[in-house]
Design a protein around this ligand. Sequence first.
Ligand code: 5AD
Ligand code: FES
Length: 364
Amino acid sequence: MFGSFNSDAEFGRREPGMKMQSLLELLERDGILPEEAFVELLSGRSKEDEAYAAKRAREIGDCIYGKQIYIRGLIEFTNYCKNNCYYCGIQRENSHIQRYRLGKEEILLCCEEGYKLGFRTFVLQGGEDPYYTDEKMIDIIKAIRNNFPDCAITLSIGEKSYDSYQRFYEAGADRYLLRHETADVAHYQRLHPKEMSLEHRMDCLRQLKEIGFQTGCGFMVGSPFQTNKELAKDLLFIHSLHPEMVGIGPFIPHKETRFAKEKQGTLEQTLFLLSLIRIMEKNVLLPATTALATIDPRGREKGILAGANVVMPNLSPKAVREKYALYDGKVCTGEEAAECRFCLENRVRSVGYEVVVDRGDYKG
Ligand code: 5AD
Ligand code: FES
């Protein structure tokens, strides 16, 4: 189904380097490359290689998902967090933000509005907030499940026990997002306080898969101390986990964190990685993230053209949006859900794709 690329007029003299092209072809054929080859791809990419990878990525994505882009309604229901990830604006040590929590009824109102706007997936995302005990979460999940039986429920609430994950699944949650953040132990330790560990994070991801969740891992592009070697390890980890979803976006500094003065990740590198992930994990659900939209006014459109097939606009009440600031300058904090919904529809259409009313499950 994924025949090899025949150069066409569009590229003309802008041929990708032969070496890079054959590495990309190998990646497409085998779904994996040795670590050193990934490093080579990431270090040596030219504009032509980026264009070639994006074209292949899109052809592969189109073959499986057509010209359809899935939308997810993101409900950021708490910005309290017991963790202190060094890069994150809602880390517990940030005393400069106003904390908030949404109750069950407020969450259900978001879903109701989202349903009318055509969303058939709701993503409950929050900091690791002990206020939401398993019982409270299960109550919320069951309520959404009962009120919106044709919708998928995605959780993004961090590291929990196997038993909790199992109970969330039984209550009706379908998917779970837990970015691994980096697949290199030493790098992980430089981004997180010592009470957090990569090993535990990966255990959680494997458990989620085992329980039956459509599971998403992911990482930031251009996070502090990251080199192409770490990125190569991220790609190898993705291959070994074989997740249904992968969330990646550029690292963007937040002013109240120790990484305030660090450089942000680049558009080009993020787009190239989106393409590599699509070529490697052909069926994966791959969002063009808000962080990507934040570093470039057409970031989401460019993400779609690089191989992404999901967008996740915000459904949180306008009053709390600004408070869920993981990084500085986040877009769409002043818009209503409906505004983002229609804005996105136009953006998606502008690059030849179409937003669909669909749960948007993984096509395995
Ligand atoms: N820049 C970009 N992404 C961030 N995240 C957290 N902080 C930042 C930041 N400063 C990402 C993490 C997390 C997800 C919810 O948001 O990867 O898993
Ligand atoms: Fe929010 Fe465009 S997507 S305003």
